[in-house]
Write a protein that binds this ligand. Structure first.
Ligand code: NCD
Length: 448
């Protein structure tokens, strides 16, 4: 498979809605008899490169490839890989993708790592979770479960609860829910709200509007997550378009998606009052037909006596991970064809790349960690924002660029200066502050 034709899954945005729905049907077929497909990927090798702990994601990928008749090689303990000797992710995937393996699944603690792997590997790369950024295959399992349970995704009312800031599963899930036309009710543990860059993307790409939400009493949850918000997409599903969205009353809930506190990414924040879903939560009238979801691992946020309730589907989510991942890999390897077309713009495509003067503000971004040694900074200019907004092409964190430089004369201007309009857009160098521009050797010019 050549470099230009390979398909990666870095973000859930790398699959179109029609592709996802068609993959569900293939997953159903695989699931009908998991043992009937051992010729489909015979001779294919998958490598799992997991630089962070994992149980379900890695094992379900490995099981999926074995059930498809392929082979599996794995580097699951970073202490036993050359990363501990200082090898970069870029070098590792260049070596492993090719004669060692035909497809890679990568999990890494740094935000944006999956994009780095996709750029450097010659074979398809699947993001198995990159820092707090995205976890698209968990979202496929979550959507598939919801679709099987409810028969549709459009128009569902889905409550997201807990640590929405650092849960990568939540971020990928939000984008997909908005795209499918589901309504999202966020009930974050205070201080763990959805990050701004996720909200901005929801607004920009799906026309998501946000309003305050009053949620029917949900014992165990409502008290500890005080700031419910209602997120509804206005495109492409015009049905959900509200004209005056101020305070939405949520009386029917189709799913409650609970997440654990992502302690490995916290900086000592207090989570002593973290929400906890119990039988009494399920006793609420609004939750009568709700499905209880969780990407697992569960810590304390769902009581064990909820497990027997027929509305609890978290173990089903994990079980469906095998046929779902079989379908995904068979597709990316070209072993099954879909009628659906691809998304018009894959998330991995470099957009208008600019902003060499900038540094990503996200300290967990791979460009500020191992990538310092070899990655060129890459920011994409958001259209029509004033002052200009640029997003890191790896982790998507946004920065406002209030100063713009001309690289030959090394002249530095305020973004609003008329002189900026005379600099070829492809040559503009963006800075967050005057000091940053001066430090890079640019000189302030009087307004022109
Ligand atoms: C999730 C992850 O790793 O992000 N686990 C998983 O893959 N099912 C969720 C979590 O760790 O909380």
């Amino acid at each position: 498979m050549g470099e230009h034709t390979k398909r990666d899954l870095v973000s859930i945005e790398d699959l179109s809605t029609a592709e996802i729905l068609e993959l569900f049907h293939h997953a159903d077929e695989f699931r009908d008899n998991l043992r009937a497909w051992s010729d489909l990927c015979r001779g294919t090798i998958m490598a799992t490169l997991f630089f962070e702990p994992s149980t379900r994601t890695r094992l379900s990928f490995e099981s999926a490839m074995l059930r498809l008749g392929g082979g599996v090689i794995t580097a699951a303990d970073e202490k036993n890989t050359s990363r501990s000797k200082g090898e970069s992710l870029a070098d590792t995937v260049r070596v492993v993708g090719g004669s060692y393996a035909d497809i890679l699944v990568v999990r890494h603690p740094e935000d944006g790592a999956a994009r780095v792997a996709a750029r450097y590997a010659r074979v398809p790369v699947i993001n198995g979770g990159d820092g707090a950024h995205e976890h698209p295959t968990q979202t496929l399992c979550d959507l598939y479960t919801l679709w099987k349970e409810k028969g549709r995704i459009e128009g569902l009312e889905v409550v997201l609860c807990g640590d929405l800031r650092y849960s990568r599963t939540i971020h990928s899930f939000c984008y997909a829910l908005a795209r499918f036309g589901a309504n999202i009710v966020t009930m974050p543990y205070p201080g763990f709200e959805l990050p701004d860059y996720v909200l901005h993307r929801l607004r920009r790409e799906f026309g998501v509007q946000t309003a305050a939400a009053s949620v029917a009493d949900l014992p165990g949850i409502a008290g500890s997550s005080r700031t419910a918000a209602y997120l509804t997409a206005s495109k492409p599903h015009q049905l959900a378009l509200f004209t005056n969205l101020t305070n939405v009353e949520v009386n029917r809930i189709d799913a409650i998606y609970m997440t654990r506190a992502q302690r490995e990414r916290h900086a000592g924040e207090d989570t002593s009052n973290y929400p906890r879903l119990s039988r009494s939560t399920l006793g609420a009238a609004a939750a009568r037909d709700a499905r209880i979801m969780h990407p697992l691992p569960r810590v304390d946020e769902i009581d064990y006596d909820v497990d027997d309730d027929p509305r609890s589907v978290y173990f089903r989510q994990a079980e469906l991970g095998v046929p779902m991942r079989m379908a995904l890999m068979a597709y990316l390897l070209g072993k099954i064809q879909l009628r659906a077309s691809r998304p018009s713009l894959l998330s991995v495509m470099p957009g208008h790349s600019a902003g060499a003067g900038l540094r990503c503000r996200n300290e967990r971004c791979i460009t500020n960690n191992e990538g310092v040694r070899y990655l060129t900074r890459d920011f994409r200019l958001r259209e029509a924002e004033t002052p200009p907004v640029l997003a890191c092409a790896y982790c998507e964190r946004e920065v406002e660029a209030r100063f713009v430089g001309e690289p030959t004369s090394r002249a530095l201007f305020r973004y609003s200066d008329a002189a900026v309009g005379r600099i070829d857009p492809a040559r503009r160098v963006y800075f967050e502050s005057e000091a940053q521009g001066l430090a890079a050797g640019f000189q302030v010019q009087s307004p022109g």
